[in-house]
Structure formats: C-alpha cells, structure tokens
Design a protein around this ligand. Structure first.
Ligand SMILES: [Zn+2]
Length: 498
C-alpha cells in the first residue's frame, strides 16, 4: 500500500475546519512535495517532518512522496499539520498500520527531534473533532486547553509515542483540564467609599449588560470603579466558558477562568484592538468576549480605532477580511469607558484654563454614533478629603452581585436574553410603556435633543432599573433615572450642571 489518508484541523478564527491529508508514494527520483499550503509553510514543514522521522529512527522513504492537503486554501501557519503529514508518510510506507488512522485526527507541530510542540487553537479543534465523533491526538502542552471540550482527547510527547499508540503497544493518556484557577483576585466594591451614583450605575450596567462611560476629573476612582464590574457580574455559564476558552486558545493564551477584563492602552494598534494578521488572531475586543473591555481616556484613542468598534458593539462579533475569505471572532463584550471632562481634566474648577473651543474639540473626538452606543454616561465627581472621610464604606461586591443575578434571572425568564440585547419587536414588546410614561419619555427626548438610538437605549436601561426593583412594568421613576444617564448627548455642555 503506498497511499494513506489522515485527518487534521485548520484554524480559522474560532472555527476549525477539517483538513484531509492524502499521502502518495510513487517510484521515481526521490522527492518530497506538499500541495495545498503556501510556499514558505511547505518548505518549513518538509524540513521538520523529514528530520523528525529520521531522528525518531523511522525510515524516510527514498521515493517520490506527494502530500496533498485539502481544501487547498489553508492558513499560512503550517506547523499544526506536521504530525498528520508525518503519520501519513509512515502509513503509506507501511511503518504504521493504515487502518489505525481511521476515526482519529492529529494536530501538532514537530520539533526536529520528533518532539511535539504546542499549537494555538487546540480547543476549537477539539470541539469540532468531538462533534465529528473522532478521537484527537494533541501535543501534551496543548492538552489542558483541548480537554475543556467533550470527547476523546489524547496527549503525546513525541512522534514515537503516537506511533506506539497506533501499533497498540502503548496507550496515550487522556488530556487533563487545567487546574481550577485560584480564587480569582477581583477587587471588591467594598473598597470604594462614597460615589453612590457611580456605584448605582455600575449595578444597573451589570444587571442589564449595558455599556457605560464614566466621566470626571482625574483621581476620582473611575478606573477603580470599572475594575470592580467583573466582581458583580454573574459567573460564566458552562457554554460561555467554552466560548471564552476557545477565543483564548485560538490566540495561544491560557483561559482566564473567569469573566475577562481587558484594558488596552490608547496607543494600542487597531489590529491589537480588533484582531488581524495574515493568520488572523483575535484582538482585545474578542479577548474581552463575555467580559469587559475597559477603555480609559477614551478621547485619546485614535478616532478610526473607535469607529471600528461600532460594528462589533451591535453584532457581538468581528469579521476580519482575508485574501479569499473572512474570519469571524466573537466580540460580545461590555464596553466600559472613562474620560476627563476636558483636556486638563478639571472643567468647572478655577485651575481649568481650557477654552470652550478646546473642550468642544476634545469631546468631538467621540463621534455621535459611538456615544449613541454607550447606554449610560455617568459623572464621577471629585470628593473633598472631608467628604471622603465621612463617606460610609460601600456594600461588598457579593451583595450587589446577588441583586444583579436576580435581575438577570427575571430577564432570562421573560425574554431569554439580557436587556442590552433587546432589539426590534422584542424591544417594543418587553419595554412597552403606559400612556403617562410614554408621554414623559417623548417630551424628555424632545427637550434633550436625543437621537432615535438614544431613545431605545433609555428604554432598555429603564427596563433594567425596573428589573432591579422587581417591577413588572416600567414606571416614570425608572424612565427618569435612565434619562439621567444620557448626559453627554444632551445639548448642554458637560460640566455645566449635569
Ligand atoms: Zn480643563
């Protein structure tokens, strides 16, 4: 027999399409050709596979070897296909039983010694492989990531071990999930003194999944507040955990074990923010999936970097265009941003020398459409030393989290989604208002000059406020509070009251 077929998986975003590796040995001048990978990847893979076979004391066939990877349009990184290619050659040359390859998939990069090296995207591959009913062999180092999937996932140190397994001389150990992360060190809301309005806003944002912008002078605790949001959100569900772990696996990173909190600096490149590259990797917005994306000093981010956030904020995913296809990554993050009220940060105080024009330009860096997508604008005021001292210690995160979870359960039972994701008919149905409430909202929106999009944001936030209160329908008080969180798109400048 001089023909063999093995199976492996490519990595496209968080999906892992099946790749078939056909190996054919023919008589003629010795040669080793790989079809279906880009030129550079072919060269490197050929060298690694040849050395790994020789150094593992296998015979490298002195024949005309043709390896075909199908489909042909595969990512440039060829390392992950090494193991399947090496086994294909061994099977085609009778060094491992051809039938032992059936029902199995193999992923791993080979070192020249024959050792198996970790590959990114082991979890998406393991999920797809389990769905196909196949067993999967991965490098030991990729085992913890892959083990989060259901299915038969085996780990091996090197090529020799895999071959001993295929000859049924040695069994491979099952992949073990990563050790449970130590009790996550999430900062507690109890540390925040005072700031009752901001704490209340944080609770509403957590309960409904709303985007939030804190504005106020430096040193008022905007970052401190934002970093406490993960601690009051419900724990990740099992499916959510798998989604988050798949993104991290595709980036070659360890699963954080809890809701992600990502805080990229404003100097981060657009690629670092949204993802990209020739073999696309997830960016910060995907690493924040099911968690928080915190953008401090929002106006300092380049305008075009902020504009590209608009689409994922609506759709919960990001598409990265490649030469022939586009790759999608999940990006269902909750945006929390912070900004100063003016370039110097002290608008309204005597020390502020910013001209109205400078303040206007600073604010104009945030486009209306982006601001529209942030449900809640919350002022975090400076407190005097005396106020700070008199302020009571706040509630602990665990107490707030209980209310948040209750409100989320109400949303799930009513509409099977969080309020922030209510759209179209569902929005109208779940947020229908009585006559007086409707009149109040209409009038307020007119007076404040809010956009149609803002109108819907107010409705969703009001729905969450009602849920926190355990109210079946949205009342005038809920609307009034929700309206108070639209400060930045009112006609009056910020700092002038609010
Ligand atoms: Zn200023």
């Amino acid at each position: 027999m001089s023909l063999s077929v093995t199976h492996t998986r490519a990595q496209l975003g968080v999906s892992a399409p099946l790749v078939t590796v056909e190996t054919h040995l023919a008589n003629g001048l010795p040669a080793f050709n790989i079809v279906g990978l880009p030129e550079a990847a072919v060269r490197e893979s050929r060298d690694r596979v040849r050395s790994a076979l020789v150094n593992s004391h296998f015979e490298f066939p002195q024949r005309r070897i043709t390896v075909n990877l199908a489909p042909a349009d595969l990512p440039k990184e060829g390392g992950r296909y090494d193991l399947a290619i090496a086994l294909g050659i061994l099977a085609a040359s009778g060094q491992v039983p051809v039938e032992s390859l059936a029902g199995a998939e193999f992923i791993g990069e080979l070192a020249l010694t024959g050792d198996l090296r970790e590959v990114p995207g082991a979890l998406p591959a393991a999920i797809a492989c389990a769905d196909a009913g196949h067993r999967l062999v991965v490098p030991r180092a990729s085992g913890p990531a892959a083990a989060l999937a259901d299915g038969e996932i085996l780990v091996a140190e090197n090529l020799l071990q895999v071959c001993a397994h295929l000859h049924r001389r040695e069994s491979l150990p099952a992949a073990q999930p990563p050790p449970a992360p130590a009790r996550p060190q999430v900062a507690d809301l109890a540390d925040v003194r005072g700031q009752l309005r901001a704490r209340r806003a944080l609770e509403i944002a957590a309960a409904g999944g709303h985007n939030l912008l804190f504005y106020g002078p430096p040193g008022t605790g905007k970052t401190m507040l934002a970093s406490r949001l993960p601690g009051i959100l419900p724990a990740l569900g099992q499916r959510e955990q798998l989604e988050v772990a798949a993104v991290y696996s595709s980036a070659g990173l360890d699963f954080p074990g809890q809701r992600p909190f990502r805080a990229p600096h404003h100097s981060a490149s657009p690629t670092a923010l949204v993802g990209g590259g020739s073999n696309p990797r997830p960016g910060e917005i995907s690493l924040a999936h099911r968690g928080i994306l915190f953008l401090d000093e929002l106006p300092e981010f380049p305008r075009h970097a902020l504009e590209i956030l608009r689409e994922p904020l609506e759709s919960g995913e990001v598409r990265i265009a490649r030469a022939r296809a586009s790759v999608a990554f999940p990006a269902g993050f909750q945006l929390v941003a912070a900004m100063n009220p003016c370039p110097c940060g002290y608008l309204g105080e005597p020390r502020c020398r910013c001209t109205p024009d400078q303040v206007q330009r600073y604010r104009a860096k945030l486009s209306g459409p982006l601001l529209d997508r942030i449900d809640m604008h919350v002022e975090v005021a400076a407190m005097t030393a005396g106020q700070l001292q008199d302020a009571p210690t706040g509630e602990a995160s665990a107490v707030v989290q209980e209310r948040v979870v209750d409100a989320r359960i109400r949303q799930q039972q009513r509409q099977a989604t969080i309020n922030a994701e209510l759209r179209g008919n569902a929005l109208e149905q779940q947020c229908s208002l009585g006559g007086p409430e409707q009149e109040l909202l209409r009038r307020s929106v007119d007076q404040l000059g809010l956009s149609a999009r803002s109108y819907h944001r107010v409705l969703r936030v009001a729905r969450t406020i009602a849920d926190l209160a355990g109210a079946a329908s949205i009342g005038s008080g809920h609307i009034a509070e929700a309206l108070a969180y639209r400060n930045l798109d009112r006609r009056q400048p910020i700092g002038a009251g609010a």
